[in-house]
Design a protein around this ligand. Structure first.
Ligand code: PXP
Length: 237
């Protein structure tokens, strides 16, 4: 099972000062050094965190697997066709949302998705659809021509009590169905150090896409060392 680390939040911190630090490109190379097989970034229409420059530089630096999350809009498709990430994950995008809120409405946007997938695949880019864990959405995804789906684990991550098992079972059933139909099944959203184990043990899942949990942990485990380095500089004669 591979891990692709989403570095959007590093860009979010940088954008708090509209400067150059911290650089998501540097974070991406450190993630690869840490064992990640791939890097994910979401270029949003409003460019609220990741910039076109980030995508450009990451395309040159990441030689394992660069996964571009994007909406299936003409602007984003043109960017992907030009920069050729290894993989594109099509996601729904709303300006007012804090993060991607759910899987694609594959039924309503069927024609648009099918057309986007065809264009991207013809350019040699692998395409994944971010979908909710339902049999219907898996079946419709297959008909779009994609060969890969990312199952939304957000409801599982937010579930409490007996709903946790219910959500795990939905993810297991969906992943198995996707694989039985010949699709590659990935998963992601809301995964962290507390809830990862049951998902990481699902045999049908090929890859996990994780951002917030890892970046949050990185900030915390780096805090002590960062303060210590500042104190050392302050006290140096
Ligand atoms: N997968 C998709 C499609 C996403 O949109 C996101 C968030 O950008 C993730 C995975 C990662 O989610 P999280 O940041 O909660 O780990």
């Amino acid at each position: 099972m591979i891990l692709s680390v989403n570095i959007d939040h590093i860009a979010t911190i940088r954008q708090a000062r509209l400067g150059v630090d911290p650089d998501p490109v540097m974070a991406a190379t450190l993630a690869i050094l840490g064992g990640a097989e791939g890097i994910t970034l979401h270029l949003r229409e409003d460019r609220r965190h990741v910039s076109d420059r980030d995508l450009n530089v990451l395309r040159q630096v990441i030689t394992t697997n660069l996964n571009l999350e994007m909406a299936a809009t003409p602007e984003m498709i043109a960017i992907a066709l030009e920069l050729k990430p290894d993989m594109v994950t099509l996601v729904p995008e709303k300006r007012e949302e804090l993060t991607t809120e759910g899987g694609l409405d594959v039924s309503s946007h069927f024609d648009k998705l099918k057309d986007a997938i065809k264009q991207l695949q013809e350019a040699g880019i692998a395409v994944s659809l971010f979908i909710n864990p339902t049999a219907q959405d898996i079946d419709i995804s297959l008909d779009t021509g994609t060969n890969m789906v990312e199952i939304h684990t957000g409801l599982y991550a937010n579930a409490r009590g007996k709903n946790i098992d219910l959500e795990i079972n939905r993810i297991i059933t969906s992943a198995k169905r996707a694989v039985a139909l010949g699709l590659i099944a990935n998963a992601g959203h809301g995964l962290n150090y507390q809830n990862i184990k049951p998902i990481a043990s699902i045999k049908s899942i090929s890859g996990l896409y994780i951002g917030h949990g890892i970046i949050s942990r990185a900030v915390m485990i780096g805090m002590k060392e960062a303060v210590s380095q500042m104190k050392t500089l302050m006290l140096e004669k």
